[in-house]
Ligand binder design. Structure first.
Ligand code: ATP
Length: 297
């Protein structure tokens, strides 16, 4: 479904100067600095998968997604989405993908939600609009606010409207960039349920970017972790979390950690024979600490 190989993106921006006459220098020197936002990234995503594409702020996630949608042209490497090269066949590619950017709406701000959805329907040539709408309005619970202008919607309502617009034309692939950002727990739950249902009923492939690891635990079997534009991990979450528990001991010389395999009392006895143990604790491998550990490597 998605094949990415050796993908890179370099942004070139004018070098800015601070201090007295900084603005004038910026305007006249014409020096540029380069930022390698995505650096030799490769992965494949199969039909029907839900993959979490995770990384700290500035890691290169949105830049990758923008290249996958065709908004940005890569500096190097190749991308194929459903047999198409996104930036060359941008319109055809757009029909294959639904996109939600949680931080900003794709809807028309001044139009009532229903009008925005009608426009999406017309743009994407949705033949049986009423049928398509009735499917999403029920599952996303749009009824109370279909006639409200988008600018007056609460964040949770707006997100549901954006999700509706993204799936109205039944694309086989969804890119969701922080779809639960800023939502309360119930609204997050509703969005997650919608994603699961869309993936299950239509075999829709989902690539999800989020900082909320509860989203990841609820939705993804596989994650791709990136930082500084590079892939640090690509694999099953189970493999990450099914790591041994860790024993953390406070010794006089400082803190040490050990993987716990089987004989915990024996391990403690061995350590105690050589050191004075001040305190000890056992740490379960949760996703957050495992991911933090990978970033820190
Ligand atoms: N249009 C641009 N021009 C110059 N630099 C850019 C541009 N867009 C992104 N960058 C830089 O590229 C890097 C990657 O940015 P990107 O938005 O892909 O990160 P991200 O992983 O999505 O981060 P976040 O979690 O904060 O959204 C950052 O250092 C960012 O400043």
């Amino acid at each position: 479904m998605i094949r990415v190989e050796g993908l890179s993106k370099v942004f070139r921006r004018p070098r800015t100067f601070s201090g007295p006459f900084g603005t004038v220098r910026t305007l006249f020197t014409r020096q540029y600095e380069e930022k390698l936002a995505v650096d030799d990234v490769s992965f494949e995503i199969d039909e029907g998968e839900i993959v979490g594409y995770l990384g700290p702020n500035g890691a290169g996630k949105s830049t990758t997604i923008k290249m996958l949608t065709g908004i940005l042209t890569p500096t190097g490497g190749s991308i194929e989405v459903n047999g198409l090269v996104p930036w060359r066949e941008r319109t055809a590619n757009a029909r294959n993908v639904g996109v939600v950017f949680g931080q900003r709406s794709q809807l028309w701000w001044d139009l009532p939600l229903i009008e925005s959805l009608r426009l999406v329907g017309a743009l994407y040539d949705v033949r049986h609009f009423d049928k398509a709408l009735s499917k999403v309005r029920e599952i996303l619970g749009l009824d109370g606010f279909l006639d409200t202008p988008v600018r007056q919607l609460s964040l949770g309502q707006r997100m549901r409207g954006d999700l509706a617009a993204a799936v109205l034309y039944e694309p086989p692939l969804l890119y969701l960039d922080e779809p639960t950002v800023g939502l309360d727990v119930l609204a997050k739950e509703a969005v997650r349920e919608f994603i699961v249902e869309t993936n299950r009923s239509g075999r829709t492939t989902v690539m999800l970017t989020t900082h909320d690891l509860a989203d990841v635990e609820a939705l993804c079997k596989r994650i791709i972790l990136i930082d500084h534009g590079k892939v640090l991990f690509d694999g099953a979450i189970d493999a990450l979390v099914n790591q041994p528990r860790r024993l953390v001991v406070e010794l006089e010389s400082g803190t040490r950690t050990y993987d716990i395999h089987d004989d915990l009392p024996g391990m403690v006895a061995t350590i105690a024979a050589e050191h004075t143990i001040r305190d000890l604790s056992i740490v379960e491998p949760d996703l957050e600490s495992v991911i933090k550990g990978i970033y820190a490597r």
